[in-house]
Design a protein around this ligand. Structure first.
Ligand code: AMP
Length: 507
């Protein structure tokens, strides 16, 4: 079972269907792209002498070649290592060495960073696009290399909000199960679909490219190369059946942009990867209608732990509608989800514990890291490090990552609960809550607040708002007003950086 068989199949069955577009122009049909995939695979195996199971690094920003490179690697039995193009050179270097990738494809603008890293593992760097790359496409096509379901298919380096990234080894089976869950739980197939890759293809958007190859949908690469709000609204206007994956911060940017665009063409915005506050979810439903679907996943179980479908988003009459919107949905079809205490014992509905997952999408382990694999997969369950609670209907509400929990006066305080309230304050644009060591309470709640543009925040009004809307012991003891929150390249707020910033603040 080789995940690349889907591309070969689409190339035969849907030869003339557009596979790739940029700037409103069709660049490749499925017939064309599947042919290029087989030729690239031939060059990878022949010219570079790579053998099944070898890793190939993709240090690329979103580009039309991304898709054919992923499938070219799989076609030749290789293991792509997609790396976020915005990482620091020390991260690239670490990932090259750790994955032992000898070949890297990189964008022109990254050549200056990647070329000098040739050495311990990395031997060859190919610029994309380039004449050299073009020559690879002149090889005779390679027949599809056979792979077993548990053979590695994608080395997914975790986004590293803490410590060194670890490479989650995702198999062909994991990726296939993720695709089937996409259709079962996240977004149903339609006669015509197009996926816009506005978020990094090294992560969620690239992973969700796979189900769109299965159904021979079109892949659209934005001209801006990334998440440009105006371009997205323009594309929505002209592209029927448009789907895209966005981190919640990106959805918020879409909402902050006043528009009168007709969004009838939009099929689904799939959000996930970080907390979506109910306030923003309601704003998005008002702007786009019930065309939102949420997923909760992590690199170790890609895009697949729970999902909140568009139908549930739209089911306003349901007595638990609002509660459901604040959840991350129900277990996806290929996995089981539990919450457990620190000894691994399952907790009853309604009790907060660590979220555990097992099933077809869960990785077999981390790349050459038996200790971390053993810990993450203890007892046969993936320990997500997220805290959550399942309700009696099976909906999971995430609290916070275990390390973000604040314990003040011996009581657990979940930053997310405070953020959910404060984000509704009329002067607040963004908020992130952390704990700081406190002699009296153990930890004290600190709110980092980004004011809405042009507004000054009046602390007394925020304090009053807290007293009206949350238990007194939860309200922040300190406020820090900042212009923006530190975020990683996927748009996740870096609480670790906030905690470091907090260390330098004297009270
Ligand atoms: P990554 O491995 O980089 O994809 O990060 C995975 C982590 O992102 C999860 O363990 C969660 O902490 C967080 N996350 C993913 N999806 C969601 C979601 N829908 N809501 C809240 N947090 C999420």
């Amino acid at each position: 079972m080789n995940i690349a068989s889907h591309m070969a199949r689409a190339g035969r069955a849907f030869q003339e269907r557009p596979a790739l577009m940029k700037g409103g122009v069709v660049l490749q049909t499925y017939g064309g792209v599947s042919d290029r995939v087989a030729r690239l695979a031939s060059a990878l195996a022949g010219r570079f002498g790579l053998k099944a199971g070898d890793r190939v690094a993709l240090a690329l920003s979103n580009c039309p070649e991304y898709l054919e490179l992923l499938y070219g690697c799989w076609h030749a039995g290789l293991v792509p290592v997609p790396i976020n193009a915005k990482l620091h050179k020390s991260d690239f270097s670490y990932i090259f060495e750790n994955s032992e990738a000898t070949l890297c494809f990189t964008s022109t603008k990254l050549m200056g960073v990647i070329e000098p890293l040739k050495g311990v593992a990395l031997q060859t760097v190919v610029e994309v696009p380039s004449d050299d790359y073009q020559r690879m496409l002149a090889q005779d096509p390679l027949p599809l290399v056979t792979r077993e379901p548990d053979d590695p298919a994608w080395l997914f380096y975790t986004s590293g909000t803490t410590g060194q990234p670890k490479g989650a080894v995702l198999s062909h089976r994991n990726l296939l199960a993720m695709c089937l869950c996409y259709f079962a739980d996240v977004d149903q197939q339609a006669p015509w679909n197009a996926i816009l890759h506005a978020a990094p293809m090294s992560h969620g958007s690239g992973l969700y490219g796979l189900p769109h190859v299965i159904q021979a949908g079109c892949h659209i690469i934005p001209e801006s190369g990334g998440f440009d709000v105006e371009e997205i609204y323009r594309l929505i206007e002209v592209t029927p059946g448009l789907v895209f994956f966005a981190a919640p911060t990106m959805v918020k940017r879409l909402l902050d942009h006043p528009v009168d665009t007709d969004t009838a063409n939009l099929k689904t915005i799939i959000y996930g990867g970080g907390p979506m506050y109910v306030e923003d979810c309601l704003g998005a439903l008002e702007r786009f209608g019930p065309k939102l679907a949420q997923l909760y996943g992590q690199g170790e179980s890609p895009m697949t732990i729970t999902a909140l479908s568009a139908a549930i988003h739209g089911d306003k009459e349901h007595p638990h509608w609002l509660r459901r919107l604040s959840s991350v949905g129900i277990a996806q079809s290929a996995v089981e989800v539990r919450s457990a205490n620190k000894d691994g014992a399952y907790l009853p509905d309604g009790e907060v514990g660590e979220v555990l997952v097992r099933g077809e999408t869960v990785m077999n382990g981390y790349w050459r890291n038996a200790e971390a694999s053993g810990q993450a997969l203890a007892g046969g369950w993936l320990h997500t490090g997220d805290y959550g609670v399942l309700d009696e209907e099976g909906f999971l509400t995430l609290k916070d990552r275990s390390k973000d929990l604040i314990i003040s006066g011996g009581t657990n305080i979940y930053p997310r609960e405070i953020e959910e309230v404060l984000v509704k304050h009329p002067q607040i644009a963004e908020i992130s809550v952390i704990g700081r060591p406190d002699r009296e309470w153990g930890e004290a709640v600190v709110a980092y607040v980004v004011p809405k543009r042009g507004l000054r925040i009046d602390t007394a009004s925020v304090e009053k708002f807290c007293i009206e809307n949350m238990a007194r012991f939860k309200r922040p003891k300190h406020y820090r007003f900042v212009e923006s929150l530190p975020k990683n390249n996927y748009g996740k707020v870096l609480k670790k950086t906030l905690r470091e910033m907090e260390k330098s603040v004297q009270e």
